[in-house]
Structure formats: C-alpha cells, structure tokens
Design a protein around this ligand. Sequence first.
Ligand SMILES: NC(=O)c1ccc[n+]([C@@H]2O[C@H](COP(=O)([O-])OP(=O)(O)OC[C@H]3O[C@@H](n4cnc5c(N)ncnc54)[C@H](O)[C@@H]3O)[C@@H](O)[C@H]2O)c1
Length: 461
Amino acid sequence: MPVPGPGYSITVRLEAPPSASAAGDLTSAVGRAGGVITAFDVVESHNDRVVIDLTCNALSANHAKDITDTLETLPGIVVRKVSDRTFLVHLGGKIEISSKVPLRNRDDLSRAYTPGVARVCEAIAKNPDDARRLTIKRNTVAVVTDGSAVLGLGNLGPAAALPVMEGKAALFKKFAGVDAWPVCLDTQDTEEIIRAVELIAPVYGGINLEDISAPRCFEIEARLREKLDIPVFHDDQHGTAIVVVAALRNALRVVNKDIKDCRITVCGVGAAGSAIIRLLQAQTPGDIIAVDVDGIVHRDRPGLDSNLKSIAESTNRDNQSGRLHDALVGSDVFIGVSAPNLFGAAQVATMAKDAIVFALANPDPEIDPMEAQQHAAVVATGRSDFPNQINNVLAFPGVFRGLLDAHARTITDAMLLAAAAAIADVVDGDRLNASFIVPSVFDNTVAPAVAEAVRKAAAAS
Ligand SMILES: NC(=O)c1ccc[n+]([C@@H]2O[C@H](COP(=O)([O-])OP(=O)(O)OC[C@H]3O[C@@H](n4cnc5c(N)ncnc54)[C@H](O)[C@@H]3O)[C@@H](O)[C@H]2O)c1
C-alpha cells in the first residue's frame, strides 16, 4: 500500500477562527482525508482570526486536491492559497554554476580571463591532453538526453526532461563532487544525437546518456563509444545493471546459493533488462530466461531485432518458449524491469525454494512486494517505501568519480562488475539480511568505495 509522501506535499495557507478547537478541527480533517501533517505554522495572529500554513503529505495530486477540498468545507475556514512544495523546489531550476577563482580586482581578472588566459589556450592548443589539467574537463560530465523515455512517463521531449537531468546533476555533485550539466537535445534522430554529442565532447570528461528510449539507445551508446576518447555510459542500462548485480550478489549470500547454479528469469528486455542480462552473463549464471511483452525470448521466435537475437542466442539453454508464468517455474531468481502487476503469489510459489524476487518496474512493480513476500526469501523493488530499494544513485556518482580520477577513456565490464562488488561489500556480514541487501542511498561510504573500485579496475585495464 502506498503511503502519503513528500513527493506530493502541499502547504495550504488558510484563515481560521481564533478558537481553541480550530487547530484540532484542521488536523482531524486532514487525517480523515488520509493526509499526513508534517508542519503547522501560525504565520499571522489577529483578534478575530489566525493565518496558518498547514503542510501535509498526500498520495497523489488528486489526493492533495481532496485534502484541500475537505479543509474548505470546515466552518469558518477560508483557504487562501495552496502551494505544491515539489513545484516550489523547482522554481528557477535546481543547479547553478559558481566560480572557483576570486574575481575581486583587475589583477584577478587578468589572470582568470584576458590577457592571461590566452597563454593557457595556447598551451592546450599545443598539447590537447592539458585540457584535463587546465580546464573543467577533468571533473565535468554531460548528462545527455533527447527526452524520448523520461522516467516511466514516455516521450515528453527535451524541455520536459530538463528537471530530471537537473536532479541528476545535483546528485552527481552531492554524492561524488562531479560537475554534471544537462544537455537536452532537440532531436530524436540517432545520427543527429551522435553528431551533437561528438561536437560537444571536448568540454567533458565523460558522457552520461539518460532517458533515451530503446532500441536507439543501444546504437547511440555503441557508436559514441567507438568515436569518443572519453567514457560513455547509459545510466538506464548500466547504472541499473550494476545495482541489480550488487543486490543479487548479497541476496544470494542470504539464501546461500551460487549464481552458477541459478536459473534467472529477467522480465523486460529493453534498456535496463538487456544490460542486466549482459552483466549477469559476465558471472556465468546457470541459465537466464529473458521475457518481454511477447513472451519468452527463444531462438525460433519470429521477428527478433538484433538485440533480442543476440540475447536469444546467449540465453535459454533449452530454447524454452511460453509466457512469463512458464519461465518462473523452477526459477531461483526473478528480475523485473518491465511493467506493473504481471503476476501474483501463486506464481512465486512455483519458483525454486528460497526464491529471490526483484520487481523493479516503476512506480508499480511487477508484483506487489507484500504478495511476493508470501513465498520469496528476498524481495526488492525500486520503491523508497519498501526495504531493499534498487536505486541507480548507488552507482552512477561513484562510477563517474572513479572514471574521471583515472582519466579513463573507455568503460569496460570489469569496471561495472568492480562497481557492483563495491556496492555489495558496503553491506558487511554483520548487517546483511533479507531486508538489507543494498546500502542506503544516503550511505556516504558508497560513492567513495565505488570510485576506488572503478579507479583500480581502470588502472588494471
Ligand atoms: N532502479 C530501478 O528500480 C529501475 C531501473 C531501470 C528501470 N526500471 C524500471 O524498469 C522498467 C523498464 O525500464 P526500461 O528503461 O528498460 O524500459 P524499456 O521500455 O526500454 O523496456 C521495457 C521492456 O519491458 C517489456 N514489457 C513491457 N510490458 C511487458 C509485459 N506486460 N510483460 C513482459 N514484458 C513487458 C518490453 O517488451 C520491454 O522489453 C520501467 O518501469 C522502469 O521504471 C527500474
């Protein structure tokens, strides 16, 4: 059951009579409407009335409206204004650029800008590698999107994708000190995207592709990796794969199974699912059964595109066909990155003993986690209101910190696996249990551990 959360938080400014019972009436009304009050501030007081800012969490935008309507029906209450706190956070954007050098007088100006800067330009022209030493390149990442697959919302275009990219940039800075900048391209043409990223690449030490829909994201990433001398990382693919592999490593420790003996059903073979399968394969699991909207991916299935074809050829040892429910029978692990509400407890009961279920479709998972728990030994979701949240924030800041520090020019599976192992190892044996297979996203030891692992893997490659 979802609970009211800060994603739908409103502040209602209202006038109330100055009676002793007014506060109680207001809080009971919010409670009756299913909201949760988080702040109650009297902002003005008069003999005949008080003005109150009532802040509460709701379940959805409609629920927030219901709460406000309920307040308006109370005798003597006048609602003056409703502010959506999420929108308030976004006013004017969430990030900014600030200068690292003093610009107090003419001397400062002459060194940071003209004429002094000219000598630095000439040095870089002579030795382009100096760009990493003398510019922002060494610490800067472009967060590139075309807005074609924004969160779970679909093709919203580049401007509507910007709040997500700003948020991503803020997370890069907060967790790893990386200066990331949103680059929202006004094109969804594969060639134009590749060319645009190629043209802006000189400024950046890495490219983080974001919210670009499958299957175009595969070609865009592969071609950019060939063309550029900086690492290119599609977070929806590899960030997810890293955290899933980390979580699975610890879940298998909880149930005492070896991945080499496990049958793993992966439902969803888009951006996330394809990358998860490929990173799992680097660990030679017993078998992987891939399932998409058309059922189990097998070698005789007609109409496979090149991505599905290569997955069909490298998974599903017995070339099984059928639907998701067939794939689940006897599986040790289910990993869902597909669509909401695809199965229930009855299907989990058909899985192997001590089953592991990662139902990661957002915002609603493939199976209600409470149902999954009836038969599974370990359950994880993408949700923050349930234990074991699989969240890419555990991976991408540390991955790029490590890549930038190593001056890496490419990114390899060995680096991704090193990052996964580092995340998993943050949860030591004393803390590991079925409800704690991944560290908290606010555990500030995660990003440094991931960065260190990626730096070492880069040095070894
Ligand atoms: N950390 C996380 O929790 C996390 C990370 C990445 C993606 N996700 C979630 O995973 C889902 C997929 O993301 P994506 O970027 O890979 O999307 P995508 O569009 O690239 O791929 C979706 C895949 O799901 C399959 N699918 C759709 N409906 C299905 C059904 N009824 N039965 C079986 N398969 C079905 C499609 O065939 C496709 O292979 C989204 O809900 C996303 O929010 C969660």
